[in-house]
Design a protein around this ligand. Structure first.
Ligand SMILES: CCCCC[C@H](S)C(=O)N[C@@H](Cc1ccccc1)C(=O)N[C@@H](C)C(=O)O
Ligand SMILES: [Zn+2]
Length: 306
């Protein structure tokens, strides 16, 4: 009812004033947007590790927790992206409420999806103590893990090639949401991946450079560079290892990966299965023999996946 559609305001981590949907609750205002799906709720762990923690509240409609303001604002942005671009209601397509927790742990230099919700650390000395919720690409990355894990087809086991694919899909969709560059982490003072040039941040950009390791769940944040590069080539085109790719644009590339994730990938799909899944998705979306199918085929060939 109308009591619930209250406009809140607050400054984000970078000092910018944002407005967002809040609710009146027990005589206070809380970061609970009841206008999107089953709701968007933002909590704080108060630098503890039990989640979700406490619903962020304020005595007025002004909120003074920049990390929470950004988490809440960007969660709504990514909700709207999935609804408007992919016609998907929340991460599971069923409108399940979207929950975030900020101020997780102490100087925690990461963000993650714990199977049910998004969780953000406050950052540390390596990124100027910038909370991880200050980056739209971070929120989009984490929510996309929720999409992947709720797609009964894929799950994409978080290890080795299926895990690197899981990570790549989160980066790829995040690059369509935060679409003015191909970098990951630029808004949290922590650029750690570049889809256009994975080698810039020590990621492989071709199968011949695949890293077999026990670190990082079998290199899920390392080998994702190979799939990330293929996605970049699909979108912007280019020549890579003597293979030329005709770009089809970021939007079509993201539709192909999203459809592949939901309909054609499975828990232990490897990089070769990702190629097949993207070809099948492009065929379903744009037709056999379409430029899009050709571009997908060539992009995977360019990174050594046939
Ligand atoms: C706790 C277990 C590890 C979870 C890893 C999460 S899903 C993850 O991949 N987080 C992103 C955060 C991110 C997203 C976009 C831009 C910058 C940073 C990530 O890449 N984490 C790196 C630091 C990592 O875990 O190695
Ligand atoms: Zn991730």
């Amino acid at each position: 009812n109308s009591a619930h559609h209250v406009t809140g305001t607050g400054r984000g981590v970078h000092g910018d004033t944002k407005t967002f949907e809040v609710s009146s609750y027990q005589g206070q205002y809380v970061l609970w947007d009841q206008t999107r799906g089953g709701g968007i709720q933002t909590y704080t762990a108060n630098n503890g590790s039990s989640i979700p923690g406490y619903l962020v509240a304020s005595r007025t409609t002004t909120f003074n927790d920049p990390a929470a303001v950004d988490a809440h604002y960007y969660a709504a942005k990514v909700y709207d992206y999935y609804k408007n671009v992919h016609n998907r209601n929340s991460y599971d397509g069923r409108g399940t409420s979207l929950v975030s927790t900020v101020h997780y742990g102490r100087n925690y230099m990461n963000a993650f999806w714990n199977g049910r919700q998004m969780v953000y650390g406050d950052g540390g000395s390596q990124n100027g103590y910038t909370p991880f919720s200050a980056g739209l690409d971070v929120i989009a990355h984490e929510m996309t893990h929720g999409v992947t894990s709720s797609s009964d087809a894929s799950q994409l086991i978080y290890r080795n090639q299926s895990g690197a694919l899981n990570e790549a899909i989160s980066d790829i969709i995040a690059s369509d949401v935060d679409s003015n560059d191909w970098l990951m982490g630029e808004d949290i003072n922590y650029v750690i991946r570049d889809l256009a040039n994975p080698t810039r941040y020590n990621q492989p950009d071709h199968m011949s450079k695949y890293v077999n390791t026990t670190q990082d769940n079998g290199g899920v944040h390392i080998n994702s560079g190979i799939i990330n590069k293929a996605a970049y080539l699909m979108a912007d085109g280019g020549s890579h290892y003597n293979v030329t790719v005709q770009g089809i644009g970021r939007a079509k590339m993201a539709k192909i990966f999203h459809k592949a994730n939901l309909d054609y990938l499975y828990s232990n799909s490897d990089f070769s299965a990702a190629r097949s899944a993207c070809i099948q998705a492009a065929t379903a979306l744009y037709g056999a023999g379409s430029q899009e199918v050709q571009t997908v085929t060539n992009a995977f060939a360019a990174v050594g996946i046939h």
